[in-house]
Design a binder for this molecule. Structure first.
Ligand SMILES: Cc1cc2nc3c(=O)[nH]c(=O)nc-3n(C[C@H](O)[C@H](O)[C@H](O)COP(=O)(O)OP(=O)(O)OC[C@H]3O[C@@H](n4cnc5c(N)ncnc54)[C@H](O)[C@@H]3O)c2cc1C
Length: 375
C-alpha cells in the first residue's frame, strides 16, 4: 500500500481522489490551499462538449469519449453514495449561423454515426419548434447533440471529494504546498508551511498553481491564465419549453439553464495583454457576450442580471491541453493539469489516465521519465 499525495482539489484533483479511492488500496491525502472548487472549477459552466466537438481522433477525442462513457456511471455511483450532482442530460444545441459550415457538420455527423454517437442536424424550423425562445432568422441549422451533458462543477467537485472521504481519503484544506523533499529521482515528501506529508507518489493537480510546483522540481510547465466572464440571469419565467431545456451555444456564447429560472450566459475568452502575466476582466468583452446572447435569445432582455463572475482557465503553453504525464526526471510524480476550457469534461478521463500512469510510477523498476532538453 502506497502513500499518495494529491495537490489541489479542483474538479480534476477531486476526480482523481475519488477514482483512486475506489480502485486502489493506497492511502490518499489531498492538500488544497483554500477549499475545494475555488479555482477555475468554481467559475466553470460544466458543459461537456464531447460528441459536438470537432475532435474526431487522437488523444483529445479518446479523452473526451472516455469521459462521456464514464460520466453516467460516475453520476450513478455518486448518487448511490448519497451525492446527487445537478446535471442536465438534455444535450447541447449549437446554432450554426454560417451555411458554409454545414458540410463540416455533416461530415462530423457521419463520423459520429460510425463511432456510435448521435448527432442531429435540424432545420431552422425544427430549432424554432423545439426552442421557441430562440430567433432563427440568421440560423442556417441547429446541431443537436443529445448525448452531451452539463454538470454543476462545484457540486460535482464537492460530491467527488466527499465520496472519496467516505472511502478513506484525507482532505486537508488551507494546506498550500510550498515544497518537496527529494531523494535522487524520487519524491519522499510534500511540504506545507506547517506539515510534511511522506509520499510514495505525488500527483500535481493544482491548476494554474501547477506551474510553480513543477518549476520547483525542474519541470518547465508554462501555463497561461485565460480569463472567462459570465452573467447569471433570473428570468420571470422559464425560457421556451420547460420540458426541453438543453444548453444552447451560439457562436461560442452559451446559455445554460441552472434551475429556478436562472440561466448562465458565458463565457468570454480573454488572453493576458502583451507583456503581462495575467488578464483583468474587461467590461467590453462581457458586454459582447451579453449582446451575442440577446441576438439569438432576445427574451433574455426581460431577465434580471443577478451577478457576474469570472475565472482563469489554465492553458498550457507549447504543448496541447491537458497535461497528463510523469514529471520529468522524477519516478514517482505525475502532472494532471492544464485542462484549459475542458477540465470538467475531461476530469473523469484524466482520473483514469492517472490511475494507469500510477501503476508504472509506483513500480520501482520502471524507467525514469526523460528530461526535456533545456528543462
Ligand atoms: C468561465 C469559465 C467557464 C468554463 N466552462 C467550462 C465548461 O463549460 N466545461 C469544462 O469542461 N470546463 C470549463 N472551464 C474550464 C475548467 O474550469 C477548468 O479546465 C477546470 O476547472 C480545471 O480544473 P483543475 O482542477 O485542474 O483546476 P482548478 O479548479 O483551478 O483547481 C486547482 C486547485 O489547486 C489549488 N492549488 C493551487 N496551488 C496549490 C498549492 N500550492 N497547494 C495546494 N493547492 C493548490 C487551487 O486552490 C485550486 O483549488 C471553464 C473555465 C472558466 C474560467
Amino acid at each position: 500500500m502506497a502513500r499518495l499525495v494529491i495537490i489541489g482539489c479542483g474538479v480534476v484533483g477531486a476526480a482523481i481522489a475519488y477514482e483512486l479511492s475506489r480502485t486502489t488500496p493506497h492511502t490518499i491525502t489531498v492538500l488544497e490551499q483554500h477549499t475545494p472548487a475555488e479555482g477555475a472549477t468554481g467559475a466553470a459552466l460544466g458543459i461537456a462538449m464531447g460528441v459536438i466537438s470537432h475532435k474526431v481522433k487522437g488523444r483529445n477525442w479518446r479523452l473526451r469519449e472516455t469521459s462521456l462513457r464514464r460520466y453516467p456511471t460516475l453520476l450513478a455511483e455518486l448518487a448511490a453514495l448519497g451525492q446527487l450532482v445537478p446535471n442536465n442530460a438534455q444535450g447541447i444545441l449549437s446554432l450554426c449561423f454560417d451555411a458554409e459550415k454545414l458540410p463540416r457538420w455533416q461530415s462530423l455527423q457521419e463520423i459520429r454515426q460510425r463511432q456510435g454517437w448521435q448527432l442531429e442536424i435540424w432545420s431552422p424550423a425544427q430549432v424554432a419548434a423545439a426552442c421557441p425562445h430562440l430567433i432563427v432568422d440568421q440560423v442556417a441549422a441547429g446541431i443537436y447533440s443529445p448525448q452531451d451533458l452539463q454538470i454543476a462543477p462545484t457540486a460535482l467537485t464537492q460530491s467527488l471529494i466527499t465520496a472519496a472521504q467516505q472511502q478513506g481519503v484525507e482532505l486537508q484544506t488551507d494546506a498550500a504546498v510550498v515544497g518537496f523533499e527529494r531523494e535522487g529521482d524520487r519524491l519522499r515528501s510534500v511540504q506545507t508551511a506547517i506539515h510534511t506529508y511522506p509520499a510514495d507518489g505525488v500527483i500535481i493537480t493544482a491548476g494554474l498553481g501547477s506551474e510553480r510546483l513543477a518549476d520547483r522540481l525542474g519541470h518547465a510547465l508554462p501555463l497561461m491564465p485565460v480569463l472567462g466572464q459570465g452573467l447569471r440571469v433570473q428570468m420571470p419565467e422559464v425560457l421556451g419549453d420547460a420540458s426541453f431545456q438543453p444548453v444552447i451555444n451560439g457562436d461560442d456564447v452559451h446559455l445554460v439553464p441552472m434551475g429556478d429560472r436562472v440561466y448562465g450566459v458565458a463565457a468570454t475568452v480573454e488572453f493576458p495583454p502583451e507583456g503581462e502575466r495575467s488578464p483583468l476582466p474587461q467590461q467590453a468583452a462581457l458586454d459582447a457576450v451579453w449582446q451575442a446572447a440577446l441576438a439569438y435569445c432576445p427574451a433574455l432582455k426581460s431577465g434580471q442580471i443577478l451577478s457576474t463572475w469570472y475565472g482563469l482557465r489554465p492553458r498550457p503553453q507549447g504543448q496541447a491541453a491537458p497535461v497528463i504525464q510523469p514529471i520529468e526526471g522524477i519516478r514517482n510524480g505525475i502532472l494532471a493539469t492544464g485542462h484549459y476550457r475542458n477540465g470538467v469534461l475531461l476530469a473523469p478521463a484524466t482520473a483514469l489516465k492517472v490511475q494507469e500512469l500510477l501503476q508504472t510510477c509506483l513500480d520501482s523498476d520502471s524507467p525514469i521519465p526523460p528530461r526535456r532538453q533545456g528543462a
